[in-house]
Design a binder for this molecule. Structure first.
Ligand SMILES: [Zn+2]
Ligand SMILES: [Zn+2]
Length: 305
């Protein structure tokens, strides 16, 4: 570049063309270096951003996303997405036919609309559960088991709003909340005082209050109506047969508020249903206090064993 400029200043006639050519080459070479510099700088910036995100990924998995802001899908990492992208929702939260009494997934209905009875699983055909109706959004399997664990044990209550929105898109759930009158109740499955102290929040209550808010139901969510009077071992540590015995007598409606349940409809909310022991026992306590109708709304339901 310097050589080309000094040549031009000499003003030689024969050098005019050569001068222009050298200037063009000089500009071209200089431009190329500038371009290479920009590309390299851009690459460094991309690498830095990539490193920062990679280091943050383990934490980002369980981070709640702010509503209204595009983010990265918690499952496939695609951009932009809210908590989960549409393809992941379509893949992992398909609409599933479920038992009306215990929300167990049923095989696809091949009756071509000829059936008039509500779909029931084999166990509920023999004996209905204490629930009048049971609704669940997703199977308790990957990725929901991981996301719910993060919500529950990773101190991420912010996921409740997303889970509530997912539940309200499940057929029948919005109707269950619309059916409630002003004197009816939305009740979370309560935690014992000991577990509440350890965990810091009741995941079922966060879900219940988000459902009440988003559904715009006339009823109120109340975490003090149904009490857990017995601290029990975590159901997940017990075999199926032992679970019912574990929660027997664990729930009681506040004796001072029994009249508030008399003849009322209740939506009972929980995050996960496995054997159903907790929900069934809680529903029995609500019925014993005079509740006329109990619908269970559950985020995730295990498959049949
Ligand atoms: Zn995704
Ligand atoms: Zn059933």
């Amino acid at each position: 570049m310097r050589r080309a400029t000094s040549s031009c200043s000499q003003g030689e006639a024969s050098g005019a063309v050569r001068c222009q050519r050298l200037t063009a080459i000089g500009s071209s070479v200089g431009g190329r270096w500038v371009l290479i510099g920009v590309i390299r700088f851009g690459k460094k910036v991309r690498e830095y951003i990539g490193t920062v995100f990679t280091r943050l990924l383990p934490f980002r998995l369980f981070q709640p996303r702010l509503p209204g802001f595009a983010s990265q899908c918690a499952v496939c990492r695609s951009w932009p997405a809210r908590q989960l992208c549409q393809p992941c929702l379509a893949r992992f939260a398909p609409v599933q036919r479920r038992c009306a009494s215990c929300a167990l997934a049923l095989p696809a209905d091949l009756s071509m609309g000829l059936r008039t009875d509500p779909g029931l699983c084999a166990a509920c055909v023999r004996q209905r559960s204490p629930l009048d109706h049971a609704l669940a959004a997703v199977p308790y399997a990957y990725p929901w088991s991981t996301l719910i664990a993060g919500y529950k044990f990773g101190e991420q209550p912010g996921w409740a709003a997303f889970f509530a929105a997912l539940l309200l898109k499940t057929p029948g759930v919005l109707q269950a909340f619309s059916d409630l009158q002003a004197n009816d109740w939305i009740v979370p499955v309560p935690l014992s005082a000991e577990r509440l102290q350890t965990r810091g929040f009741n995941q079922a209550w966060e879900l219940a209050s988000a459902l009440a808010r988003q559904s715009r139901t006339a009823a109120q969510a109340d975490a003090q109506l149904l009490l857990r009077i017995k601290h029990t071992r975590p159901q997940s540590q017990l075999k199926r047969e032992a679970r019912l015995a574990n929660v027997k007598g664990a729930f009681l409606v506040d004796p001072l508020r029994v009249a508030e349940l008399d003849g009322r409809r209740v939506v009972l909310v929980d995050d996960v249903m496995t054997s159903g022991a907790s929900l069934f026992t809680a529903a029995e306590a609500l019925r014993a206090a005079g509740a006329a109708h109990v619908t269970a709304v559950i985020l995730a339901r295990t498959a049949a064993t």
